[in-house]
Design a protein around this ligand. Structure first.
Ligand SMILES: *[C@@H]1O[C@H](CO)[C@@H](O)[C@H](O)[C@H]1NC(C)=O
Ligand SMILES: *[C@@H]1O[C@H](CO)[C@@H](O)[C@H](O)[C@H]1NC(C)=O
Ligand SMILES: *[C@@H]1O[C@H](CO)[C@@H](O)[C@H](O)[C@H]1NC(C)=O
Ligand SMILES: *[C@@H]1O[C@H](CO)[C@@H](O)[C@H](O)[C@H]1NC(C)=O
Ligand SMILES: *[C@@H]1O[C@H](CO)[C@@H](O)[C@H](O)[C@H]1NC(C)=O
Length: 481
């Protein structure tokens, strides 16, 4: 894939935004790989993050420290300026913010972000991508991008949010769900307003999605195709509010609508209502209405974004959304492996069995591993194993990896086991049940050679040492003999 040149903006915090910028600037950042990195790290961070808020607070602390640290690009100065600018921009252009969010009157400053990081940039930017509810490990992920101003981080003041305790339950949604969707409406509105002056287009994404290769080029090409036509948004994914691209010049109207009804409905419904209000004729039928709406929302197929999280920012809400227009990605890689009997303490998910993965027909997908869980490969006859390669996670479910998991073998020769126990073999150390530890998973992958001194191998085992927060997926199993 041809890499495109551009810059990357990223806002983060309790809400975060990433901005992909113009295709007319020419900086040699390799954005697709940076983006990939962001996805990977964010996914991992999220899926590991039991102590989300603590981590977030720590990172926010670091961000604040960072933003007041002396730097060549005077982040602190631009931060102050920017906050002022946001206030100026939000208030006059959004005089109704006070009508829809009356509590703001008591906290005049609450429309400004409490954390801001990154160099202020405007102009020349073409595309803003907005991630929400992600865990901020931005500094660790892409420090250079932050320093150069390619990434920006903000979070709203706590006073920006109204009292969520007296929301009306509507549409059968329980209180927690109403709270969540109301906050989401406010977060999106905040970011849309903030991002308004940053570029020409705005795209809504989330932290638990994967993008197709070349997605940016595809979006750009499509925008150019329909540039002169009338539309309100382009749909690059069919899911909820994901992958919707707006002209930033339309954002004030859209945000005003969202703010007006932020307590009433989820954001994707509100978006659909905007279309309805704009083009549907109540005296005509649904078909007419749908046709009219289709003119204002252009669906691009196949979808460029796919939801991967089985997790969601709303605790207990399992995301099973899959965009059926996403197309097929390579989800596993098959290898020829020596005949073996397979067993595992992990519960498989649907038809993603260990056998199919071992035979190269599928990936293995198991429910959340706990300490002591294992996958055991017992060779039909002992094998002189030369090496091994295990990959956990895949493009769609990148976070479902083996964490704190070792690779172990069971040597055929008892005197070899004794040698290992006595510490005479540099390659390995003993595990339990006569097994010998020869490696472990790092960043989801375990690979290595098997020391010839171990002789013939009866069985191999993947041994989990810590409880995991996520499921586990094995997309590649390769036992080299
Ligand atoms: C921020 O800086 C202060 C003072 O230098 C330090 O005590 C604190 O630990 C730092 N916080 C973080 C999260 O790095
Ligand atoms: C600041 O950056 C410029 C160019 O990027 C460089 O020439 C200059 O030496 C830097 N100054 C400091 C104090 O780091
Ligand atoms: C920082 O901001 C102050 C005013 O807020 C301004 O006088 C000063 O020139 C700024 N410094 C830089 C390096 O932009
Ligand atoms: C077992 O290993 C020892 C050395 O480690 C070797 O001398 C012996 O021949 C081996 N036995 C078999 C049956 O392979
Ligand atoms: C791995 O698991 C062991 C045993 O439960 C534990 O002592 C160790 O701290 C864990 N390591 C990591 C990196 O979680």
């Amino acid at each position: 894939m041809r890499s495109w040149h551009g810059k990357l903006f990223f806002f983060a915090g309790f809400v975060c935004v990433l901005m992909l910028t113009s295709w007319h600037t020419s900086k040699s950042d390799n954005l697709p790989s940076q983006l990939h990195l962001v996805y990977e790290r964010l996914l991992r961070a999220e899926q590991r993050g039991e102590v989300l808020s603590q981590e977030l607070l720590k990172v926010l602390g670091q961000l604040q420290n960072r933003s007041i640290a002396p730097s060549n690009i005077t982040i602190s100065n631009s931060s102050a300026l920017l906050e002022e600018r946001v206030l100026r921009r939000l208030l006059p252009s959004q005089p109704n913010a006070h009508i829809y969010l009356p509590h703001l009157k008591e906290h005049e400053g609450s429309l400004k972000p409490i954390v801001h990081l990154g160099q202020r940039r405007t102009g020349g930017l073409s595309l803003i991508i907005n991630f929400c509810d992600c865990i901020v490990t931005v500094l660790a992920i892409l420090p250079d991008a932050v320093r150069s101003g390619v990434i920006e981080v903000i979070s709203p003041s706590p006073h920006y949010y109204p009292d969520f305790s007296n929301l009306k339950e509507t549409f059968g949604d329980p209180k927690e769900r109403v709270r969540w969707r109301t906050k989401q409406n406010l977060d999106y509105s905040f970011l849309m307003l903030y991002a308004q002056s940053k570029g020409t287009y705005y795209v809504q994404l989330e932290d638990d999605i994967v993008a197709k290769q070349g997605f940016f080029q595809s979006m750009k090409k499509y925008i150019e195709q329909v540039l002169s036509e009338e539309w309100l948004f382009l749909e690059f994914s069919q899911l909820g509010f994901i992958g919707k691209l707006f002209r930033t010049s339309d954002l004030p109207m859209i945000v005003e609508f969202f703010l007006m009804f932020h307590k009433d409905k989820p954001i994707d419904w509100l978006l659909d209502h905007i279309l309805w209000v704009k083009v549907c004729n109540p005296e005509k039928d649904l078909k007419h209405c749908n046709n009219e709406k289709a003119r204002l929302k252009r669906a691009y197929k196949p979808s460029l974004f796919q939801h991967v999280g089985l997790h969601s920012s709303l605790p207990g809400k399992i995301q099973n959304l899959k965009d059926k227009d996403f197309g097929n990605q390579v989800l596993f890689k098959g290898h020829y492996n020596p005949p073996a009997e397979l067993s595992s303490s992990l519960e498989k998910y649907q038809s993603h069995t260990l056998e199919r993965a071992y035979n190269g027909d599928d990936f293995f997908w198991g429910l959340t591993p706990k300490r002591g869980d294992y996958i055991l490969i017992t060779f039909t006859t002992p094998q002189a194993v030369k090496g091994y390669f295990f990959r956990s996670g895949n493009i769609e479910t990148n976070g479902d990896r083996f964490y704190n998991t070792t690779v172990e073998v069971l040597p055929n020769n008892n005197s070899v086991k004794e040698k290992v126990t006595r510490g005479e073999l540099a390659c390995c150390k003993t595990s339990s049940d006569g097994f010998v530890q020869i490696g472990s998973f790092k960043n989801g992958v375990a690979e290595g050679e098997v020391d010839g001194a171990l002789g013939q191998i009866v069985a191999m085992r993947l041994h989990v040492h810590s409880d995991s927060d996520v499921w586990v997926l094995l997309s590649e199993i390769f036992i080299k003999v």
